[in-house]
Design a protein around this ligand. Structure first.
Ligand code: PLP
Length: 375
């Protein structure tokens, strides 16, 4: 960017970099937590039929309120939810941006507990909302008392909790969500992008919605539903929250094609979600095998695993950028989330997972690197 343009940029955006997970042409891409399984033929056909039905009427604007899609999403979520309590947009990132537009903004603060989803602070910056990182414990856990203390100190307009958390994979107990609701009078957003991958018995904040009008749960079709390319995310909350985000959304923000594609996919939820169990097996395999190899690994309720690149007992902190490059050289793209000494890998197909584990073995056998690389 030229200095002339940089000087014209809003102050809170100066010096920031755009969200930029590398999109490299590598055989095994395990860096953005996509579902490795393409939608099966039966879903491809159903979506194509649904799109064809819409194309003939593309001269008209779509249903502004996406009521049928919202009803389908409510039925999928269960918990007695109705279309009035669900709102959909182009990815849960757009939903979260709209929440910040409605409840954040200049002079207000949003707060998260890092390391967490890197888009939350970027969305705050984009909506001129202040950002505070409340941090978490050394094991990446989050306790009710820590959340309470931080929220009482900063009194944010919006609090972001992420469960299971990206990039650590940690799921939250509902006590932490309840503590957040009790400690702040603002909006509490629980980002549940990976809820479908949680281990059995992991509670969803959806169960707390009825009693808590300031609670918002965001979900996405990008991960478990293998529908990242369609850009469909949604929230569940009280109807007042839905009215609030409708104040800031663009008119007809969700195209007729997106709505139709999402509804066709939801009609095949069982087929699409059948890959979730296979992915969880590979996730648990990565956790077990990396631990066996002597790596420290965070417990994961998501479709990815965060692990320490150095093996236990090694004195040096191996630079994760060096290991990231070694694994890339072996044909596998993983994610450097900027946590010194740690990398994140998405659980893919059995073959992709094997390729990753073989790359780790190769990397482990090389001497601890001292040089630092740019990636
Ligand atoms: C992947 C991800 C999302 C999904 O974003 P979409 O815009 O719905 O694709 C949301 N939150 C977290 C924490 C994620 O990791």
């Amino acid at each position: 960017m030229t200095s002339e343009i940089r000087a014209l940029l809003r102050e809170e955006l100066q010096g920031l970099s755009a969200y930029g997970a590398p999109q490299l042409d590598v055989a095994v891409r395990l860096n953005v937590n996509e579902n490795s399984y393409a939608p099966p033929t039966e879903v491809v056909r159903a979506v194509a039929r649904a799109l064809e039905g819409e194309i003939a009427t593309l001269n008209r604007y779509p249903d502004r309120d996406a009521l049928k899609l919202r009803a389908d999403l409510a039925a999928y979520l269960g918990h007695g939810l109705t279309a009035e309590q669900v709102y959909a947009a182009n990815g849960s990132n757009e939903v979260q941006q709209q929440l910040l537009q409605a409840f954040g903004g200049p002079g207000r603060t949003a707060l998260g507990f890092g390391p967490a989803y890197s888009m939350h602070p970027l969305l705050a910056a984009g909506t001129a909302t202040g950002w505070v990182d409340g941090g978490r414990g050394p094991d990446f856990g989050l306790t009710a008392s820590h959340v309470e203390a931080v929220l009482r100190e900063y009194r944010p307009a919006i609090t972001f909790l992420c469960s299971p958390n990206n990039p650590t994979g940690t799921a939250l107990s509902l006590d932490v969500v309840r503590a957040a609701l009790a400690a702040t009078s603002g909006i509490v957003v629980v980002d549940e992008a990976y809820a479908e991958f949680a281990r059995p018995g992991t509670p969803s904040a959806l169960t707390l919605l009825e009693a808590n009008p300031r609670l918002v749960v965001t979900r996405t079709m990008s991960k478990a539903f293998a529908f990242a390319g369609a850009r469909v995310g949604y929230l569940a909350a009280g109807p007042e929250i839905v009215e609030a985000v409708q104040l800031v959304r663009l008119p007809y923000h969700l195209s007729a094609l997106t709505q139709a594609a999402a509804r066709a996919a939801l009609a095949h939820a069982d087929v699409l979600l059948s890959t979730v169990e296979q992915i969880k097996i590979q996730r648990d395999r990565i956790v077990a095998e990396l631990r066996e190899r002597g790596h420290q690994v965070a417990d994961s309720d998501a479709n990815f695993v965060l692990y320490r690149v150095a093996r236990d007992g090694s004195a040096d902190e191996t630079d994760q950028k060096v290991v990231w490059r070694r694994i890339l050289d072996a044909g596998v793209l993983v994610r450097d989330v900027g946590l010194p000494g740690w990398l994140r890998v998405t659980a893919g197909t059995p073959a992709e997972t094997s390729a990753f584990l073989a790359a780790v073995e190769t990397s482990d056998s090389l001497p601890a690197a001292v040089e630092t690389l740019e990636n």
